[in-house]
Design a binder for this molecule. Structure first.
Ligand code: F6R
Ligand code: MG
Ligand code: MG
Length: 370
């Protein structure tokens, strides 16, 4: 059976600053998707939040980039904004809805999208990953580790089905062009691009031998849509697992050593990404540290199978990630000791707020030739 998994997310306002989606917002989003399920537009859905981002997971048979599905997501975000965020004066109500009217796709309108059309396998385990207070490109490192690095993923060496490697589709977010690179054959070219995280973003990963789609990641750059900084593009992704793909543990281990991502306070600092349970997906210290959640599901004829009813396996809700969290806290303390000095603070072109032009303007007549 061919099904499409669509994960569409937006920040449409939150409680106590850019902090947390409230249950009432989740409720309204759920009602909207339940209605769509009754009408037969989608087969199943799950609504959750990662910090201030509202995440809509939908399964349907309409394919990727389908206008009806995107309109459903857009209308749901609008409804949550109008019915909850605005009346309750939640903070930054409707923040990521950058356009007035829906025009066929949510791409380029603010929300982040990760979608994959797949042939459902005999068993179809997959993970949904979502992050807050970071940006697209923040997932390049774990995706490379999972699908390209044999010291992370033993299966690249010892599972014959994976031994042919994976193809990474890399998007140049500035030029709007993508290129497919085969790993391991073109690994050095691949790292040259995806190490430049603010410009080159892994969009999709295929298994090289049979082009099986293994992972998709959201690639929105809100600043490139709006022409100015309008909030971070907190990314999300979908990763299929097992039976000739990385095992669940090979996916999760990639999150056990925190790495630095841009985002954090005012979208203008580097901070370590901290793997957390859904309940701890709230940014606090210095509006951070950036958080990431991982939710495990199976598909059964397009139905989402969870742990308890619809609730998925909350994969970072595990003492095995305490060490990663402790490291992330240590790195946070270390980075914060540097205050507003680069590289703790981002370079001027990547910053959300900058007073630099104003300061330079003010000082221009006082500058003297040396
Ligand atoms: C970063 C983020 C927050 C805000 C900060 C200031 O992505 O969302 O760190 O930048 O809380 O927010 P404003 O300018 O809305 O007061
Ligand atoms: Mg926000
Ligand atoms: Mg956010």
């Amino acid at each position: 059976m061919k099904v499409t998994i669509s994960l569409i997310k937006a920040d449409v306002g939150s409680l106590a600053g850019h902090h947390i989606v409230i249950p009432k917002q989740i409720e309204v989003a759920k009602q909207s998707l339940e209605e769509a399920e009754k009408n037969g537009l989608i087969i199943d859905h799950y609504v959750f939040n990662c910090g201030d981002d509202l995440e809509l997971l939908m399964v349907h048979t309409k394919g990727e980039n389908n206008p009806e599905i995107h309109k459903l997501a857009w209308d749901t975000f609008k409804e949550v904004t109008e019915k909850v965020s605005k009346p309750l004066k939640l903070y930054a109500a409707g923040q990521d809805l950058l356009k007035e009217a829906f025009a066929g796709t949510v791409k380029g309108m603010g929300p982040g999208v990760a979608e994959m059309e797949i042939e459902e396998r005999i068993s179809e385990p997959f993970i949904v990953v979502a992050a807050d207070k970071t940006s697209t490109g923040g997932f390049n490192l774990p995706l490379f580790r999972i699908f390209g690095d044999p010291s992370n993923t033993a299966g690249l060496i010892i599972d014959p089905k994976m031994h042919g490697g994976f193809i990474f589709r890399v998007l140049d977010v500035k030029e709007g062009k993508h290129v497919d690179l085969a790993c391991p054959a073109e690994m050095y070219d691949l790292i040259t691009l995806i190490g430049t995280t603010e410009r080159y973003v892994i969009e999709r990963v295929y298994r090289a031998d049979d082009k099986l789609l293994a992972a998709v990641s959201s690639t929105t750059r809100l600043s490139l849509i709006a022409g100015k900084y309008v909030g971070k593009d907190d990314p999300c992704m979908i990763i299929r697992m097992q039976h000739g793909l990385p095992a669940v543990g090979e996916v999760l281990v990639a999150f056990s050593e925190p790495w630095l991502v841009p985002g954090f306070m005012r979208g203008s600092h580097y901070g370590p990404i901290m793997p957390v349970s859904l309940k701890n997906a709230v940014c606090t210290v210095f509006d951070g540290p950036p958080r990431v959640v991982a939710l495990g599901f199976n598909l059964s004829n397009g139905q989402l199978v969870g742990l308890r009813g619809e609730e998925p396996a909350d994969l970072f809700d595990d003492p095995a990630f305490d060490r990663a969290r402790a490291i992330a806290n240590d790195i946070t303390a270390f980075m914060r000791r540097m205050g507003e000095f680069m590289p703790a603070r981002l370079g001027p072109e990547e910053m959300e707020y900058t007073t630099l032009p104003k300061v330079l303007e003010k000082l221009k007549d006082r500058k003297q030739l040396v």
